[in-house]
Design a protein around this ligand. Structure first.
Ligand code: MN
Length: 509
């Protein structure tokens, strides 16, 4: 049983040869605030090639000399993919593309009444003539040529049909319907593509959909149903304003819903998404389809139970085929069984290395963090378990913390007061430090004496946010021993003190 079989309303289309065109390096780079270095562009181009993209739009050579150098490097990188460059329908622009050694040129001009009147100040006839000259001129260079009608979805259908037929006659290998402002619908773009298909003899139709209404992928699929063979995409849906059709989503929709296999190696999707996110500094939203951190995460007890019984109950895409893993997330909705199975997975068994009492405390701590809306990671669970199992053997310890108070601020010297119980005797002291942690540790140190020294101190925020669980790792030395301990707490002073006291006990054991 597969998902397509259990979904009776999906289109039953006999489509093939649909392919993905990637414009991450051109439209994607037009994302506000994004500018790739040469090395980054080359790195992404290589990854796109490994992903199986057949055509990569590498840049816009007219932009700058540097852009031309980068496009040329990508074109000479020996990729399997064809490398294309964008040009306006201007002779000067087109002249710059072949010198970059590209395999093809996309030449574009706006055709909508709105763009003609306010941007170009030209008639549709003038624009058509410019476009045709550009196609012919680009074709004279012996390259693959695509003609793009910018703002096509706001252009009268008769103009689109005439211009695209004309472009085909002038040698265009492909025509692009650009939904420049993302205001088309799956039905309207389907209509445009169907009308064009009836009128074109051999030129393929490509669609370039923007995501202003969040419809870029849906519109691209509408175009495919109408006869388009190519979808313009960017990794993570990057691009101008709200971006372009997301490559990950388009590829997986084609594969899983339409049964269309593209050339894309889907298991590499998450890896390239993460790479592009890292290079652009634009974090992928957790609930992003296919590649988001939560795309295959289940928290509710009902979902976790269902998906463990049969993946298809709550997972339309097997996570492995997009390079992801299923995650059963612990949180406030989690049941005892899920926590128990998570503990087992992490090497803790209730009744063996965890007592029933400790297990109850672990559940409470997990739910406490869950109640604060935090995602609980494996590292959090390990930290909680270790913290609890360690603290409950407190009675056997030589050194115990009775109380700690710290004071800090911009007008006070950070001060800590500590009360320790050592072999049933109470020791109290106060110390100042550069900060509350320093003061607290100095106070403890002054009680313990110089025979035990703190050699190293590290702190990590395990989860994000100011209420993150802090993990402190310390290395202590004394009595011929060297001990590394760690403690986790939402309060960094308490985490630090717990780690140190744990270390002192281990040394004095
Ligand atoms: Mn665009």
């Amino acid at each position: 049983m597969n998902w397509k079989e259990v979904c009776p309303y999906n289109p039953k289309l006999n489509l093939k040869d649909t392919y993905i065109y990637d414009t991450t390096l051109r439209d994607g780079e037009q994302t506000p605030g994004v500018c790739f270095t040469e090395e980054q562009k080359l790195n992404i181009a290589r990854k796109l090639d490994e992903l199986g993209i057949k055509q990569i739009e590498a840049g816009f050579p007219a932009v700058s000399k540097k852009e031309r150098e980068i496009v040329k490097k990508i074109a000479n990188e020996g990729l399997n993919a064809d490398v294309l460059a964008l040009s306006r329908a201007l002779k000067d622009d087109i002249d710059k593309a072949p010198s970059c050694d590209v395999d093809g040129i996309i030449t574009f001009i706006a055709t909508s009444p709105l763009h003609l009147k306010y941007k170009l100040h030209k008639s549709i006839e003038e624009v058509e003539e410019m476009g045709m000259k550009a196609v012919e001129y680009a074709k004279d260079h012996g390259l693959f040529v695509a003609f793009s009608a910018e703002d096509a979805t706001r252009t009268p259908i008769e103009d689109l049909i005439r211009i695209h037929k004309n472009a085909e006659e002038h040698g265009a290998d492909r025509v692009h319907i650009a939904d420049t402002t993302g205001c088309g619908t799956p039905q309207s773009i389907n209509y445009i593509c169907s009308e064009l298909s009836k009128n074109l003899k051999k030129a393929h139709i490509g669609v370039h959909c923007h995501n202003d209404f969040g419809l870029a992928v849906a519109n691209s699929l509408g175009a495919v149903e109408g006869g388009a063979q190519q979808i313009h995409c960017t990794i993570n849906g990057l691009g101008e304003r709200a971006g372009n059709a997301s490559l990950e989503e388009a590829v997986m929709s084609l594969k899983m819903i339409y049964g269309i296999e593209t050339s894309i190696k889907t298991e590499k999707l998450t890896e390239i998404s993460n790479l592009v996110s890292k290079l652009t500094g634009i974090k992928t939203q957790p609930n992003k389809a296919v590649v988001g951190e939560n795309s295959f995460a289940h928290e509710s007890g009902i979902h976790a139970h269902g998906v463990l019984a049969h993946a298809l109950t709550y997972e339309p895409i097997p996570p492995e085929i997009v390079g992801q893993k299923r995650k059963i997330i612990l949180g406030k909705h989690t049941g005892t069984h899920a926590i128990q199975s998570k503990l087992k997975e992490l090497g803790f068994e209730v009744g063996e290395n965890i007592s029933d009492e400790q297990f109850k405390e672990i559940i409470n701590r997990i739910k406490d963090i869950g109640d604060k809306g935090k995602m609980i990671t494996d590292a959090d669970v390990i930290a909680i378990v270790e913290d609890i199992t360690k603290r409950t053997v407190k009675s056997e310890r030589i050194v115990n913390l009775e109380q700690i108070a710290v004071m800090t601020g911009n007008k006070v010297i950070p001060t800590a007061s500590v009360a320790l119980i050592i072999n049933n005797e109470r020791y109290i002291t106060s110390k100042v430090g550069v900060g509350p942690v320093d003061a607290a540790l100095k106070a403890i140190q002054s009680i313990i004496g110089e025979k035990i020294k703190i050699k190293e101190y590290h702190i990590n925020a395990i989860t994000g946010g100011t209420d993150a669980l802090a993990e402190v790792i310390v290395k202590l030395e004394g009595y011929g021993k060297e001990i590394t301990t760690k403690a986790a707490n939402e309060d960094i002073v308490r985490a630090s003190v717990e780690a140190i006291i744990d270390g002192i006990n281990k040394i004095m054991e």
